[in-house]
Every structure is written in C-alpha cells, then in structure tokens.
Design a protein around this ligand. Structure first.
Ligand SMILES: [Zn+2]
Ligand SMILES: [Zn+2]
Length: 358
C-alpha cells in the first residue's frame, strides 16, 4: 500500500492522517479535550457549615473547595497530555459561585483548548453529627470525680479545659461532640458523641493528673441482632497532685512523677524514691499542696540547717535543711506541715534550676 492510497476513513480527505486514519477536522469532531457541566451541586450542613466532600462532611478552605469541586466535575479525554488548566472561582452569593475553567492540552499531535463555565450551587443537608446532636445522641458518659473528696470548681475547670484543647488539637472527627454536660454531686458529668472520644480524653487526664479510669458498659438496645452499648467512663483525679506533700505509711513524701500504675514518691526525710500504686495511695493524706509552696532565699546556712524569712510574718526561722541542698543553692522550697515550715527536696520536675519560679 503506498501513501497515495491513504485517505480519511470518515470524509475521504487526503493525508495527513492520524493513527485511526482520520483527517484533522474529523479527529477534532470526534475527540473532545474536556467536558464540564453547567451546574454543579454541593451540600452544606446548615448547622455546622461543614461540606459534604467525598461522602463525608468536613471542612476545606474556600479555594481548595472550589478546586475540589471543579476537579470532581471535570472530565478530561483519557489520552490527553501536557494539560494546562486555569480555574477561576467567583463568589456570587453565600450559596452560589461561578467556576470558570480554561484548559489546554494535546491529544496525539493536536492541541486542544476549551473554556467552560459552571454555576456551583449549595443546598442544605444536615450532617450526621448535627442530626445526632439534635437527637441528643451520645455513646459515652464521662464522669469526673476526685478520689475521696469533692472536685473543686477550679479543678473541674482545669479538667474540662483539657477536653477543649484535645478537640482543638485532634483531627476533626464528626463523632467528637458533647451532647450535654453539667455539675453533679462531687464532680462533673458529660455525655459524649463517641466512646473513642471518652477514652482519648481519659488517657489524657491520667497522663496529666494521675489516677485511673474505670469503664463500664451498658446495653441500651439492639440493632440487627447486635447489642448497642453505652460506655460509662469514670475518671477519679487523685486527691494529690504532682509536687504535693503526702503522708503515706507514716512518712512524708512528695509526689515526684506519674507512672502507669501509680506515682513515684520522693521521701522528704532522706534520699529515697519509691513507686506506689493508685490503690496504695487511696488512703494517703495530703499534707501540703504544691500551690501553697514557697520558694524563698536562703539567708544563712550550715551543714544541717538553713535560715529563711517566714513568708507569713517575715521573722527569721531556722529549718533543718533539705538533703539535696547544695553549696551553690541560694533558694529553697518550703511548705507548712502541721503548722511548721519545712524544707522540701526537689522533685524531678524541679531539678536543674535553683527551684525558682513556680
Ligand atoms: Zn476527514
Ligand atoms: Zn452539621
């Protein structure tokens, strides 16, 4: 077969011809670089303003969302390459944007160029989270308590704030919401959207304040032969906090650090660290809380004693020195135990400096 015998299979034109033996105009008539609809719909939850994106409600900044919507709606010829795409989004009103696309590219050796315009319209659809919130849905009850006493208001506030921090710092999860919360005798209760949320928070509380969580599960219904359960997660904040002085087994100790099973205690009277379980310490007595401690200047010292000014009446007191005081220490941490000022050894968290600050 010679060149002279080839012709366009569609219209009979002579070469040049494509691989499919079409002339350029027939090839262009049969191939389109891109297609774009005139109208695009998207769904937004009217309550939380999240958008339905790839089957899930979530957030995206406006430019990214426009890009995403355009790419979803745009179809490009499978053989196209060297694409060059320009997108322009113009906000018309809260529910409507105009998307304009200019696209260039090659199919085989021919350059194509298209321009499209679409109206992106937003309709309402309540997301699952808001539906559940509205229906007072919850999967978990979180109970904040203290061991052996009431939780103080500022303790509740501090514990509660850690939930806001957790929500702000964890990836957006539609089930991480609070259905209801409020004070109860001795503490604070919350109904939470998911068990995972309760457990995650429980772990954070234990890490920050020690203590333990206790889980109980109740069956609240059945669906498709499966029990639907609700989790109750009780967090008991220990009566003592990091740095506090406690009485345990007839000696005084400072709470040095947390471990999984209980705190590490630092003896007040001689250098000694020991581990205790949360259970061991349920009956301990808090002698002095860290917030009531003072860091004061050492006025004079000898081998076993330091002189300081009493923070309450500014008279000079002589106290027996803490065993970890070094010759270059200028300050010492003191607390009142049973009415007497007492020097304290430094916990792990206080080491490294001269005990200044907190
Ligand atoms: Zn032709
Ligand atoms: Zn919503």
């Amino acid at each position: 077969m010679t060149q002279g015998e080839l012709f366009c299979v569609s219209c009979g034109n002579p070469p040049p011809l494509t691989e499919e033996r079409l002339c350029e105009s027939c090839f262009r008539a049969r191939n389109h670089l891109s297609e774009f609809p005139e109208r695009i719909q998207q769904t937004r939850c009217p309550k939380c303003e999240m958008f339905l994106i790839d089957g899930r409600f979530g957030r995206m900044n406006h430019d990214e969302l426009m890009q995403h919507r355009a790419m979803e709606a745009l179809t490009v010829h499978p053989d196209a390459d060297n694409l060059d795409l320009k997108l322009h989004a113009e906000l018309i009103d809260d529910r409507t944007s105009r998307l304009t696309i200019e696209i260039k590219g090659y199919i085989q050796e021919f350059e194509f160029e298209d321009q499209h315009e679409a109206l992106l319209q937003t309709s309402n659809g309540v997301c699952q989270t808001c539906t559940r919130k509205a229906g007072a849905y919850f999967e978990a009850v979180m109970q904040l308590r203290s061991a052996g006493r009431r939780l103080e208001d500022d303790e509740v506030k501090e514990l509660r704030m850690s939930l806001d921090e957790m929500l702000a710092n964890s990836p957006e999860d539609p089930m991480f919401f609070i259905t209801k919360e409020g004070p109860v005798t001795g503490g604070w209760d919350l109904q939470l959207g998911s068990k995972a949320m309760a457990r995650m928070w429980g772990r954070k509380l234990v890490n920050a304040h020690g203590g333990q969580t206790k889980e109980t599960s109740t069956t609240v219904g059945h669906k498709d032969g499966v029990d639907i359960t609700r989790l109750t997660l009780l967090y008991r904040k220990p009566a003592y906090g990091m740095g506090d002085v406690i009485k345990f087994r007839k000696r005084f100790w400072r709470v040095d650090s947390w471990q999984k099973d209980g705190p590490i205690l630092l003896a007040m009277d001689r250098y000694e660290r020991t581990g205790a379980t949360w259970r061991d310490l349920e009956k301990c007595i808090v002698m002095s809380q860290q917030k009531d401690h003072y860091v004061v200047d050492i006025l004079r010292r000898d081998d076993s004693a330091v002189e300081i000014l009493d923070p309450n009446d500014f008279s000079v007191r002589t106290l027996s020195s803490a065993y970890d005081i070094g010759t270059d220490d200028t300050k010492v941490r003191i607390c009142l135990i049973e009415g007497e000022w007492t020097c304290m050894p430094r916990t792990r968290g206080e080491q490294g400096g001269n005990g200044d600050g907190n």
